[in-house]
Ligand binder design. Structure first.
Ligand SMILES: *[C@@H]1O[C@H](CO)[C@@H](O)[C@H](O)[C@H]1NC(C)=O
Ligand SMILES: *[C@@H]1O[C@H](CO)[C@@H](O)[C@H](O)[C@H]1NC(C)=O
Ligand SMILES: *[C@@H]1O[C@H](CO)[C@@H](O)[C@H](O)[C@H]1NC(C)=O
Ligand SMILES: *[C@@H]1O[C@H](CO)[C@@H](O)[C@H](O)[C@H]1NC(C)=O
Ligand SMILES: *[C@@H]1O[C@H](CO)[C@@H](O)[C@H](O)[C@H]1NC(C)=O
Ligand SMILES: *[C@@H]1O[C@H](CO)[C@@H](O)[C@H](O)[C@H]1NC(C)=O
Ligand SMILES: *[C@@H]1O[C@H](CO)[C@@H](O)[C@H](O)[C@H]1NC(C)=O
Length: 255
């Protein structure tokens, strides 16, 4: 599923990129050389040298058994991947703020499939520990109450938890958690390697651009205040990277 999407957007991207490389080539440039590393291969015996900065080792998903005697923070992940990532990062941050060492994540299968999650405080087994439910006060805010939960008790946290302030203090932990699974990073590595071949260049910095043109463009979403980035925003952002990496920038556009 993930792979299907991936291939689709890379195909699309190649077309867009060829156009962009010409279009952005007037940008002022200086070089930030990219490193040559290796695609780690799981299914084939060979490794290929790839110009793409990637170095992910095989890290099995860590699933631990929850200590039943301890208080717990629970969350049931909901909606699509981006939402789930926010909820996962935020619950780790909330746990850190309240010094909870037991986090139970329900409905985490999709996240585990995509990332090499390894935080030893997290378990993915359903939990029947009784808990007090607490919901975020409103969408898109940092709800201070969630940072001061009493860790003698267990809580079920409900919400989208869409504020970076929840996980600001543990950003390194969050980055580590969102390491792609070996399977996905390998596929990506080979795929991007092919892109370079197509463009007849030996190295580049890849910059992903996510342009949201789906649900948020529906009248029903606009009417409740959702916005999409205007074209100028996207062009300005891309120019920043084009200036940084010169004509070694390859944009991967995802709609
Ligand atoms: C890549 O990972 C291997 C194995 O952990 C390590 O020996 C090597 O130094 C890493 N290379 C880079 C460029 O980080
Ligand atoms: C586990 O939780 C404890 C208490 O919040 C924290 O000190 C520790 O850093 C956490 N461990 C990980 C791997 O996040
Ligand atoms: C929770 O479930 C376990 C087995 O899954 C059971 O042994 C235990 O009694 C249950 N505890 C509660 C409070 O229901
Ligand atoms: C935390 O909960 C425990 C158990 O209910 C209680 O004894 C303690 O007073 C609470 N601490 C705070 C700061 O509310
Ligand atoms: C690829 O680039 C090299 C040097 O940059 C050039 O010599 C070669 O002709 C190019 N190949 C194609 C197919 O454009
Ligand atoms: C990147 O490509 C350029 C031009 O092909 C080359 O001069 C440079 O050495 C390459 N850098 C690395 C790290 O391979
Ligand atoms: C890329 O940029 C370098 C440095 O500005 C320039 O020498 C080179 O001709 C450019 N290559 C292409 C294909 O535009």
């Amino acid at each position: 599923m993930a792979l299907k999407y991936y291939i689709r957007f890379v195909r699309l991207a190649v077309v867009v990129m060829v156009f962009l490389m010409g279009w952005l080539s007037y940008s002022k440039t200086f070089f930030v050389p990219t490193e040559v590393t290796t695609c780690f291969v799981t299914t084939e015996a060979t490794t290929v040298v790839s110009p793409i900065q990637m170095n992910y080792t095989n890290r099995p998903n860590y699933i631990r058994t929850r200590r039943s005697d301890s208080s717990t923070l629970k969350i049931g992940l909901k909606m699509r991947l981006g939402n789930m990532m926010f909820q996962y990062a935020s619950i780790l941050g909330i746990a850190a703020m309240g010094k909870f060492s037991n986090v139970v994540v329900e409905n985490g299968e999709r996240l585990k499939e995509i990332f090499s999650l390894s935080n030893t405080n997290v378990s993915f087994s359903a939990s029947n520990v009784s808990s007090t439910s607490i919901s975020e006060k409103a969408c898109c805010i940092f709800d201070k109450r969630l940072g001061t939960l009493n860790n003698s008790l267990s809580f079920r946290v409900d919400g989208y938890l869409q504020s970076w302030r929840y996980f600001e203090a543990i950003r390194d932990t969050v980055r580590k958690e969102f390491t792609f699974s070996t399977q996905i990073s390998n596929k990506a590595c080979f795929r991007l390697h092919d892109v370079l071949k197509t463009l007849n260049i030996t190295n580049a910095t890849f910059v992903g651009v996510h342009i949201r043109r789906g649900d948020f463009t529906y009248e029903s979403f606009k009417n409740v205040g959702y916005l999409t980035a205007p074209l100028e925003y996207i062009i300005k952002s891309m120019n920043i990277f084009a200036n940084l990496y010169a004509n070694r920038t390859v944009f991967v556009i995802c709609f």
